[in-house]
Each structure stands twice: as C-alpha cells, then as structure tokens.
Design a protein around this ligand. Structure first.
Ligand code: LMR
Length: 334
C-alpha cells in the first residue's frame, strides 16, 4: 500500500514536471502605440517569428496602446522584471540616465532614414545599446518610426506661428529646449493622454510622426498639420538583462534570429506606414495639411539648430560629433 502510494506520488510529480516542461516561456512585450503602427506591427511580427523559430517554446504576448503600462511606468516595470520586453522611443533613455541617447532628439540632425541607419547600424548605435547594461537592460535592436511634424489648431508656416503655444512633448530635456527655441511652452505628458489634452485644450499642439498622429486620431482634434519633419522618433528594443541571459542558449539564439527578421521588417515598413497615414489624414478632411517651402523649413532649422550646442554639456560633445561625422551634418542647409 505504502509503496503504491509512493509510486503514485512519484508518477504525479513526473507528470507535473512534464506539464511544466511543456509550458512556454512567456515574454510580455508592452508598448504605448496602436497595433496598427510601425512599432505595433513589428512587435506582432516578432511574436510570430519567436513562436515559429522556437517551435512554440516561447510565447510573446504583445500589449499595445498602453494597456499594460504608460510610458513612464514601463521602463521601471522592465527593470523589475514585471515585463520582459519593450520598444521605448529613444527619448525615453535620457530620463533613465543614459543621456547620450538624446542625440536622436536633436532637431534637424538627420536628413532622412539613410542618415539614421548610418548611426544606428554603426559604432555609435552599438555603444549606446551597451550603455544600457549597467541599468539591467539589454538592447537588442533599433526600430524606425519616422520624422516628426508639428500640429496645432492654427496655421503653422513659420517658427513665430508656434510662439506662446503649449506643445506636448515626451519627457526630454532636448525636446524642451527645442520647443523653447521657437518660443513655445513645452508640456511633458504621457502619450496615452495626448488626445484628450488636445481635445480639451490642455495643450494647443504637439509633434508626431504621422503614423502616431493618425492612429491616435489626433488629427481629429488638430486643425493644422505642417510637414516640418524637424526631428526623428524611433525606438530601441530592449529586454530585462537577467531574464535574457537566463534563457537557454538555443532559445536565446532563436529569439535573436526572430529579432533580426522583425527589425528588417520594422525598418522596411516604417516609411510606408507613415506615408499611408499621411494619405489617410488628408482623406479625412479634418486637418489642413501644409507642406512648408524649403525656405520655411530652413527658417525652422535655423531657429532650432542652436539647441545642438546648448545641449552639448548634457548629451556629450563626443557623441554629437560622432553622429555629425557619420552623416556629414550640415548646420546651414537642408
Ligand atoms: C511618444 O510618447 O510620443 C512616443 O514615445 C510614442 C511612441 O512610442 O511612439
């Protein structure tokens, strides 16, 4: 009797171990934008590829639109291990203490995606990701979104048109200075709160890549959009370092492959998604879309470029110079 009880116990134990062994490893991937954006789609692609390449041993649960965490909270949740993967905008790393990332927020530093890839795909990008490790974060990749444009309820043609306007920004000292350089009043606010703040007049305007503007329906509460393309917004895909390093080596390798494929996808669709969001904004008829002339864009650039030097002490002269060198930055022309 005793022996059979013991055998039954052992059998039950073995069964639960077998069940346990079959449980997939869960990666919670939290982000703040809509599923139908470059980041949202790339996150879904990663979930799909991770599932395929690990043959179901890893399940990636994607939480879009701040359903799990708002932008301020998500970084802390990752460091605590409550969520395993994020793709915060590059602006989010300054407040974490890795101020060199703010080089990406400098207005008019990049002239297009090619410039950007020279930086993210080169030594500067690699060194920046390495700086996250002492924070318990492993940086896996850079994902594009796009170039930001200004919106408000009044027409925007010159920097003076934004003078005195309350403009929502992400929490970034560089973006604060950028707004001050044209006489606007920067207002730091979580992404999930922007639509309502625009609707109720808590802020007058904001800046966004068009995919973010459109998928949050901000164009419905902004009468004017000027395609200034004055700054870049993109992402670093990051994981909790302890979690990542604790994964079995073969699974980690498969996930690295999944990340490589999703990164290629992310950077292929970013421009297309932003272009089609712009078409949709135009079709909606709710916002007047203005394309500034070259001279008008140059006036914005002239007003904003002094921010580079002003922020040198914070971001680091070396990293700014390294980026300038990678892309052949020209302060006076477009
Ligand atoms: C923002 O707050 O505007 C962005 O960080 C949103 C995003 O993740 O694209």
């Amino acid at each position: 009797m005793k022996v059979s009880k013991l055998l039954m116990g052992l059998f039950a134990g073995a069964m639960s171990l077998a069940v346990y062994a079959q449980q997939p490893i869960v990666i919670k991937f939290s982000h703040v934008v809509a599923a139908d954006t470059p980041k949202g789609k790339a996150a879904e692609m990663f979930a799909k590829k991770a599932n395929e390449l690990t043959q179901g041993k890893v399940k990636v649960e994607v939480y879009a639109n701040s359903t799990l965490y708002k932008d301020k909270e998500e970084m802390e949740a990752l460091q605590l291990g409550a969520v395993q993967m994020l793709a915060p905008s590059l602006a989010k790393f300054g407040p974490l203490g890795v101020k060199e990332f703010e080089v990406f927020d400098l207005p008019f530093i990049f002239n297009g995606y090619d410039d950007l890839h020279k930086v993210t795909g080169g030594a500067v990008g690699k060194n920046l990701l390495a700086k996250l490790e002492p924070k318990g974060i492993k940086g896996l990749a850079f994902w594009d979104n796009g170039f930001k444009s200004f919106s408000a309820n009044t027409p925007i043609k010159t920097p003076a048109d934004l003078k005195g306007k309350k403009m929502r920004i992400q929490s970034s000292k560089v973006l604060e200075e950028q707004m001050r350089s044209i006489g606007s009043l920067p207002q730091v606010m979580a992404f999930s709160e922007v639509y309502q703040a625009l609707q109720t007049g808590v802020v007058d305007g904001t800046e966004n890549p068009i995919s973010n503007l459109y998928t949050q329906k901000m164009h419905e509460v902004q009468k004017h959009l000027a395609l200034t393309d004055h700054g870049y917004l993109g992402y670093a895909v990051i994981v909790n370092k302890k979690f990542w390093e604790g994964l079995p080596a073969d699974i980690r390798k498969q996930l690295e492959d999944a990340m490589e494929q999703s990164t290629r996808y992310a950077n292929q669709i970013a421009k297309v998604e932003n272009d089609s969001a712009l078409d949709a904004v135009k079709k909606s008829g709710k916002t007047a879309v203005y394309v500034p002339t070259k001279e008008e864009r140059l006036a914005f650039k002239k007003a904003m470029v002094p921010v580079h030097q002003k922020m040198e002490g914070r971001i680091g002269k070396e990293v700014i110079q390294a980026v300038y060198k990678d892309i052949g930055f020209k302060p006076d022309s477009l």
